[in-house]
Ligand binder design. Structure first.
Ligand SMILES: Cc1cc2nc3c(=O)[nH]c(=O)nc-3n(C[C@H](O)[C@H](O)[C@H](O)COP(=O)(O)O)c2cc1C
Length: 214
């Protein structure tokens, strides 16, 4: 089957993205509004960008009405009316249900922290709080927002942030800064709205020729 996105409904294009790009890591993004209300929501269109400077991105799509989700409203730069900061919190199996609860669309200013039973912990370099229950949190300063279809339903937005602090629970990291994947126990998102995977089964394959045993 070969499909042309231009001939598909938006919902079908979305299905082809989320069904094929799997598993996706999940950024549980905590932000604060210019008025001081905290917000937390999950985003699986999420990736690292580079390590010099340490940079990552997440992608809050526009709503069905073409408006910006609260996480984007809060994380966009000061010059665009946001606070210019956000925290990416990594999601372990132990907080998977609380993370999923945070996808509840609450009114702007209502806190998903309370709904999900998460604890807002202070960040060091920014005002947006961390999720205390997460084992790894990246405090970020927003450097850029790229909008692929501003004001349109489901239009994409890329929020790029420079990482200012990394919080890692002592018990999951060693002196050489290796994070123990088993202890982190991160989950990924799969195709359907409620479909996830664990990282409990892993493969070791050396890079390059060694992968082929040569
Ligand atoms: C696991 C998971 C991953 C999600 N990933 C995304 C995503 O990458 N982009 C997006 O726009 N919405 C995503 N959502 C939906 C948002 O979390 C949802 O729209 C949320 O209400 C947005 O909150 P906000 O308005 O407070 O920013 C995801 C939901 C779940 C449960």
């Amino acid at each position: 089957m070969i499909l042309s996105p231009a001939q598909l409904a938006q919902v079908d294009r979305y299905k082809l993205l989320i069904g094929g790009i799997v598993p996706r890591p999940i950024a549980l993004v905590s932000t604060i509004s210019p008025g001081g209300h905290v917000n937390v929501a999950p985003f699986s269109f999420f990736a690292g960008v580079g390590s010099n400077p340490m940079t990552l991105l997440f992608c809050p799509a526009n709503t069905e009405q073409g408006t910006e989700k609260d996480s984007l409203r809060n994380a966009k730069p000061l010059s665009e009316g946001g606070t210019g900061e956000f925290v990416v919190n990594i999601v372990s199996v132990s907080i998977a249900r609380q993370m999923a609860a945070c996808a509840e669309p609450l009114a702007y200013g209502e806190s998903e922290f309370e709904l999900a039973g998460f604890t807002a912990a202070p960040s060091e370099a920014i005002k947006a709080p961390r999720v205390a229950e997460s084992l790894i949190s990246y405090e970020c300063k927003t450097t850029q927002v790229i909008r692929t279809n501003p004001g349109q339903p489901a239009g994409g937005n890329i929020v790029i942030g420079e990482v200012l602090r990394v919080h890692v629970r002592d018990e999951i990291i060693n002196d050489r800064l290796h994070i123990d994947a088993g202890l982190l126990d991160a989950i990924g998102r799969m195709g359907g709205p409620g479909a996830y995977c664990t990282t409990r089964e892993r493969l070791e394959i050396p890079p390059g020729r060694g992968a082929l045993g040569k």
